[in-house]
Structure formats: structure tokens, C-alpha cells
Design a protein around this ligand. Structure first.
Ligand code: GAL
Length: 384
């Protein structure tokens, strides 16, 4: 297995030569996988958590599609625990993984593992969340994360009637009270989502159409560690107590992820809002989301949550498989973005997939007709 041949042993001059002749993989091209049968190759797939159904769907999709391509797969979930993810990746390397697909919990915490991968000439694909602060990440598959944020901001504006669904102002002036939530700051995506949304909302905050009553407009104030539903619920409760105890109402909440949206909605319902967007006298505010998680798709169908952003995990998995095959066959995967994703050490070549905003009216055409969820699952709010 000469893929274990570390570059340190080869020496810098040879490394330069290898890179110059188009080497792939983490740090060079001494990998012999090109001549191997896929069934002799193992791909380590490291996923962050099983508490969110999207990552279960991602894990299953990557595993089954790699297995369809005849590779062996070692799929591990890390319970949102950073040391666990580090240990799982170390173990994959020790057990001879030929390639790693990693969705990081903390995008800055895997440098030593990825150095070990580079030393063993194992290519690393960063899955949906960019791994930061290391040169040892070879490719990134994701969606256009800034556009996700723009779509979330637009969905909030459209839900309030301030713009149409394309973001064209309707002339409605409000003012509307809104609050802003962001994701986990250790996830590179969180800032892309927040910035995309904030840039979209800002003109309407500046002209007084939207009022962030709490005054909490920085990403640090809006952040939700580990994207946790309970943390979001708690912050929404605090916002209601701190800024809305004078009888004023919240009209809209920017949420970057369906789990966070459900925490926000629970806090609002506990405080007497709803039960849905059309209830009188206190309708639920317009709440956005992301991932089309089945529990939230049901809430959208029931008129409780306003929208979500659909990121088709099947196509993301397929892209990860395509990139894996390219590396293992000794080639470079095709990128469609080579500028945006600077991980602090280098710009990581990326393949970004398109996204779709889903309101109640889109559930059938976008989610059910495409086979992502069945009508029955939507009705139940549960997968399977
Ligand atoms: C992000 C991802 C989102 C959402 C979130 C929470 O990295 O891009 O789609 O899943 O994590 O899991």
C-alpha cells in the first residue's frame, strides 16, 4: 500500500515535482488507488451528529451511493462532540482509509487529523461545512451558502409582504418587528448564511421598514452554539421577556436552520403566539428555516413555519461520490468555484449546488414530486 508513503519520507524536492505534474490528494500523488479495484478501497465518512435528521439523510445517501459504486464505507457520527470526531477520523486513518469525506462539527478543530491524512496521502473532501485553517483539505462540496442566506432574508421579507418572492419591494412599509438568529460560529457556513440574509434585510432595516427591537444585530449576539434547538428556544424566550414585555409583538424571525426554527416556534407558542401564521389575535411571526427537515415541512404545510431552504442531500452526496471517484482514480475533481472558499490557509476548490426556497405551495412540486419526502411523511412530520 504505497499510499502510506508519507511525503516527509519522499522529501520536498520530490513533493514539488509530484505537485507540478498534477498530483492530487492531500499533499501529493503517491497514491496507488488508481490501479485498485473500488471494492478494495475504503472511504471514511465522518458526520457531525444524528440529532438532526438532515445529517442522517446525508450519511445514508453518501454511504449508499458509494456502495453502489462498489467502495467500502466506514460511516461514523460524532454526537456533536469535537474530540469524538477527532478520534473517529484518527481511527479511520489508522485502519487504512483511502479517502475521507468529512462534515466537521468545529471547522477549525481537525488540523492534526488532517495532517495525519496528508502524511498518509489520503485525499480529504470537506462535506457541506468547510474545514478551516489547514492546507490538507483537497476539495469542498456544498451549496452556495451566501445565496442560502439571501434566500432566507428574501423569504422573511416575502413572508411579511415587504417584497415579493423574488425580492422586489411591494411598497409595504411596516414597521415590522423582527429578530435575527444565526448558526454555530465554529461552522464556516454560519457567517455565509447570516451575511447573505443581513445584506438582504439591511436596506429595509435602514429605512425603518424592519425594526430589530432587541437591537441584537451582530452575528455574535444572534449565534446558536451547535445549531441546538433548545439553545434557540431559550434565546427566543429571553428576547420575548427582554424586548416584548410591553405588549409589542414580533412579526418575523430570521432562522438559519429548521431545528433552530422549531425552538423559536416553541418559545413563541409558549408565550401565546399562534398556533399558526393566521391565528388571531396574535399570529405566529414569519419564521424562516433551512434543510427541509420533515418535522418542519409538516409545520410549513400546517401554516406554522413560513418557509425553508431545500438543499437536496441526494445531489450533495452524489457530488461527494463523483469527487471521491475522481481522486481515487488519480484525477482532480471538477470544481465550479475556485474563488469563494478561502479556509484561512488556501482557497479550496469547490463544487456548489443550487438551492430552492420552499413555501407551503412548493411542498408538492419541490419535495414530494422529487421523491424527497412522501405526502404521508409530510402529513405525519416523520420520516419513514
Ligand atoms: C450547516 C448546514 C445547514 C444545517 C446546519 C445545522 O452546516 O449547512 O444546512 O444543516 O449546519 O445542521
Amino acid at each position: 500500500m504505497n499510499k502510506k508513503l508519507g511525503l516527509t519520507a519522499l522529501g520536498a524536492a520530490l513533493a514539488v515535482g509530484l505537485t507540478a505534474c498534477g498530483g492530487s490528494g492531500a499533499g501529493g500523488n503517491s497514491n496507488d488507488t488508481a490501479s485498485s479495484d473500488p471494492s478494495d478501497l475504503t472511504i471514511g465518512v465522518s458526520m457531525p451528529t444524528q440529532t438532526s435528521e438532515r445529517w442522517i439523510a446525508d450519511g445514508n445517501a453518501v454511504k449508499s451511493q458509494l456502495e453502489d459504486a462498489k467502495y467500502k464505507v466506514d460511516l461514523q457520527y460524532a454526537n456533536d462532540d469535537i474530540p469524538t470526531q477527532g478520534q473517529q477520523i484518527d481511527q479511520m486513518i489508522t485502519e487504512g482509509a483511502d479517502l475521507l469525506v468529512v462534515a466537521a462539527i468545529d471547522g477549525t478543530a481537525l488540523s492534526s487529523q488532517l495532517q495525519a491524512a496528508a502524511d498518509a496521502d489520503i485525499p480529504v473532501i470537506s462535506y457541506d461545512r468547510l474545514i478551516r485553517d489547514t492546507e490538507n483539505v483537497d476539495f469542498y462540496v456544498s451549496f452556495d451558502n451566501y445565496k442560502v442566506g439571501v434566500a432566507q432574508g428574501t423569504a422573511l421579507l416575502a413572508g411579511l409582504g415587504v417584497t415579493d418572492k423574488d425580492g422586489k419591494p411591494t411598497g409595504t412599509k411596516g414597521p415590522f418587528n423582527i429578530e435575527l438568529f444565526a448558526g454555530s460560529l465554529d461552522d464556516n457556513n454560519a457567517a455565509f448564511f447570516f451575511n447573505g440574509a443581513f445584506d438582504t434585510l439591511k436596506p429595509f432595516i435602514d429605512d425603518g421598514t424592519l425594526v430589530v427591537k432587541s437591537g441584537q444585530t451582530s452575528i455574535e449576539q444572534a449565534a446558536t452554539l451547535r445549531w441546538a434547538q433548545e439553545t434557540a428556544q431559550k434565546r427566543m424566550e429571553d428576547l420575548l421577556t427582554g424586548s416584548y414585555n410591553d405588549g409589542t409583538k414580533v412579526n418575523g424571525v430570521l432562522s438559519p436552520y429548521d431545528g433552530i426554527s422549531r425552538g423559536i416556534i416553541t418559545a413563541l407558542q409558549n408565550a401565546g403566539y399562534g398556533p399558526n401564521l393566521t391565528s388571531t389575535p396574535t399570529p405566529l411571526p414569519v419564521v424562516t428555516g433551512q434543510d427541509a427537515e420533515i418535522a418542519s415541512v409538516k409545520l410549513i404545510n400546517d401554516g406554522v413555519q413560513s418557509s425553508t431552504i431545500f438543499k437536496d442531500t441526494r445531489t450533495l452526496a452524489a457530488q461527494a461520490v463523483t469527487a471521491s471517484e475522481a481522486f481515487l482514480e488519480g484525477n482532480e475533481p471538477e470544481a465550479n468555484d475556485t474563488k469563494t472558499y478561502d479556509n484561512g490557509v488556501k482557497v479550496v476548490p469547490s463544487y456548489l449546488l443550487p438551492i430552492e426556497t420552499v413555501y407551503k405551495d412548493d411542498i408538492q412540486s419541490v419535495l414530494i414530486d422529487s421523491g424527497y419526502w412522501t405526502a404521508d411523511e409530510v402529513a405525519k412530520g416523520q420520516a419513514g
